[in-house]
Design a protein around this ligand. Sequence first.
Ligand code: CA
Ligand code: CA
Ligand code: CA
Length: 233
Amino acid sequence: MTKSFKTLLVLINFLAIPALSFAQVTVIAEDDFESGGWSGGTGWSGDWIHSSRAYVHSDMSPYEGTYHLKLRKNGNASRTVDMTGKTNARASFYWKAFHWEAGDRAAVMIYDGAWHNILAKSDGDDDNLWHFADIDLSIYNMISDFQIKVIQYCRQTGDYFYIDNLEITADGDPTPSPAVYYIDPAGDDTNPGTSEATPWQTLAKVNATTFSPGDTILFKANCSWIGTLWPKG
Ligand SMILES: [Ca+2]
Ligand SMILES: [Ca+2]
Ligand SMILES: [Ca+2]
């Protein structure tokens, strides 16, 4: 940075900094099963893959809405989501079990190159009430063919395991790097403004630009501008 520019404004829009300095939590994929089928929700790489007695069903009071995922006997369903590059991933969902006897159980698993149980329930957990689970996935490999799978291991036709409001979240995009803008009477407002060699010229250009927190605006030293400086951001 040349000494012929001086910093007039640093940290535009101070109030916006705390909110943007921390990573935002982003929903990577979700399904509330309200499509009534195997291809609902958003963010997934494909439809649910299911086998045996798995259903998107409306019986037995879904946690929310009209539909939930229902497993009977050895029903199972899995779905792939691209988790490449994701950090601080979590899985959250509601689960409910009903009519299990000793030995009956269900699991929610993830695939990160190998299968891992992230939730395991057995006889005694079958109170037919919705329970919330929020599971840290950050210890697992964030791979492109990451999968989540719900599976029940039960013998009787009246044994059920339900899932609703499934969400996979992770940190959002990191805050972009701050930029430096140069203003010079010899500049041109059609320039990018982001280097000494390509400065803007006028206050009007500064005032018409929306800046991000941390951006710096440098005015050419020993020059003057007539007008009001009113940058946005
Ligand atoms: Ca639902
Ligand atoms: Ca039973
Ligand atoms: Ca039981």
